[in-house]
Design a protein around this ligand. Structure first.
Ligand code: ADP
Ligand code: MG
Length: 401
């Protein structure tokens, strides 16, 4: 059983304390936004990056911005940063210059021409094969573009890439405002939550969330489990799961978790009823199951109304709620009820509420509740790894405060 961790405050140097006047800052932001027809379809991540960029400009720095976008295997014009730079320029009310590449002579020249407050957007960092390999030569070439490095890309901080980690070995590295806030908010929940702490987990893959379960078993008062991941637990209990999505690789681990939960101070709550469908389809026939043994020909696609009531009651009396993962196939309206109800319960909860990245954030946005929680993380994988207690390479590489 993991020990309760001690309270840790943010120990890295913050951009707020950096001397930036007249200097050039290389800013790694998370500008990995969805595109549609060559334009930015959702600018949430661009907006989240504005405070750090604005702080640097206000304090007389010039800014060289870098991010990845999508998963290109090399240069790919359809994944150019140009539309992102354009949208950023609109939001800031200033011109954002677009570099033709990530590094190289032309890019160096454009960077050296920047005046105070001016911004240069580098091309998609994944156009360089050295990015994901954390190639030291690429890191050095990036570092040569600026006087200091600011990492504000929390959503990529769990990856040791050239723009997120390697470059910090060649320049004084500072945390951006978003990254600092993310680490502070999530660390507070992990190490020093107001009690009782209720952890709500869902989504498709139990193996993604085992680290978090491990961490909180024996530390949280309650862990509530919904989503397809509950079927790995039901299978481990020897129940019928019908045609439900069962991650087989997680069944053995789920069995161990159930065993550990027995002897721990943490209450592990699984669904007590389900909403079933015959197919993964919004038009499929549906039925409610008062129980959790799923008959042949049916799949569990959402939690049922008794489970919704139970989870809602527990969320309402929490001191802290940490939620990650939808309760069902919420993209399909007939199976969105459990996720919507949990989202509403989290939004209305008097306790401190934090939602970790990925599909749960998409769900909150879809239900118009994104503004009603205390902290909405921009990082899916990064927030899970931080909650597990793992070190994030993109944070570790920065200077100590
Ligand atoms: P997150 O991104 O929040 O970590 P995951 O990526 O693990 O969550 O899972 C999200 C997906 O899980 C959603 O697309 C949702 O449709 C799916 N899902 C949740 N519950 C079920 C279920 N009972 N059956 C099938 N799919 C489900
Ligand atoms: Mg997901």
């Amino acid at each position: 059983m993991p020990e309760a961790a001690s309270t840790q405050s943010f120990t890295k140097a913050s951009v707020r304390d950096a001397d930036v006047d007249g200097r050039r800052a290389l800013v790694r932001a998370d500008l990995n936004v969805p595109l549609e027809g060559g334009a930015v379809a959702d600018d949430t991540r661009i907006r989240a990056s504005l405070p750090t960029i604005e702080l640097l400009r206000d304090r007389g720095a010039s800014v060289v911005l870098v991010s990845h976008l999508g998963r290109p295997k090399g240069p790919d014009p359809s994944l150019s940063m140009a539309p992102v730079g354009e949208r950023l320029g609109e939001l800031l009310g200033t011109e954002v210059r677009q570099a033709p590449a990530v590094v190289g002579d032309q890019v160096s020249e454009m960077a050296s021409e920047l005046g105070a407050g001016e911004i240069l957007m580098l091309e998609n960092s994944r156009f360089e094969p050295g990015e994901t390999k954390n190639d030291p030569e690429l890191a050095e070439a990036l570092a040569s573009l600026a006087d200091l490095y600011v990492n504000d890309a929390f959503g990529s901080a769990h990856r040791a890439h050239a723009t997120t980690e390697g470059v910090a070995h060649h320049l004084p590295g500072y945390a951006g405002l978003l990254l600092e806030r993310e680490v502070t908010e999530l660390t507070a929940v992990r190490d020093d939550p107001q009690r009782p702490l209720i952890v709500v987990l869902g989504g498709a893959k139990v193996t993604d969330k085992l680290g978090v379960i491990d961490r909180f078993l024996g530390f949280a008062e309650e862990i509530l489990i919904g989503g397809a991941m509950c079927f790995s637990f039901f299978k481990a209990e020897g129940r019928d799961t019908g045609d439900s999505l069962v991650e087989e690789a997680g069944v053995e681990s789920a069995r161990k978790v159930l065993e550990q939960a027995e002897g721990s101070d943490t209450m592990l709550e699984l669904p007590e009823d389900l909403c079933l469908g015959q197919e993964f389809d919004a038009d499929t026939e549906t039925r409610l199951l008062n129980g959790v043994d799923v008959p042949e020909g049916w799949m569990g696609l959402d939690i049922g109304s008794n489970t919704i009531a139970n989870f809602g009651k527990r969320i309402a009396r929490a001191g802290t709620v940490f939620w990650n993962g939808p309760m069902g196939a919420f993209e399909l309206e007939p199976f969105a009820g459990g996720t919507r109800s949990v989202a509403e319960a989290v939004a209305a909860a008097p306790g401190h509420t934090v939602v970790g990245g990925g599909d749960s954030v998409a769900a909150l946005q879809r239900f118009g509740l994104a503004g009603a929680v205390d902290w909405l993380s921009t990082g899916g994988g990064a927030s899970l790894e931080l909650m597990e207690g793992r070190e994030l390479p993109g944070v570790e590489a920065l200077q100590d405060a």
